[in-house]
Write a protein that binds this ligand. Sequence first.
Ligand SMILES: [Zn+2]
Length: 139
Amino acid sequence: MPHLRLSPELITLPEGLIPALVRGARCRCPRCGEAALFRKWLKPVDRCGHCKQDWSLQQADDFPAYIGIFLVGHLLAPVVIAMISGGMSAWLTLAILLPASIAMLLVMLQPTKGAVIAFLWWHGIGAFKQERIREKQDL
Ligand SMILES: [Zn+2]
């Protein structure tokens, strides 16, 4: 089978890990930044529509959900403490914060998965091939 990807010379690879993560978090292809990374909410495209990177290789698994739970928990913990210590009942606190925490998790899950896929691709983890230029490996 012929090599379907555009070579790195024909596309603009991200300058470092952070730009790759930003591309992924914006739900764009971390390799080229030109095409959508997801075809459904959490389902990545099989191949990038621009650079033909094979995204079916990604193995993000449950890690984006773990990151989301970690972030939502740490963001809402001070709010819970403030609400309870302010005299609000535990049931009212739960009734307010449970839907808020679910909504926050659902909103951040796709960008988090995009960033995790970008991280895996950038570091060549799993089936991804590390293709960045050697002298730009500082991150
Ligand atoms: Zn691409």
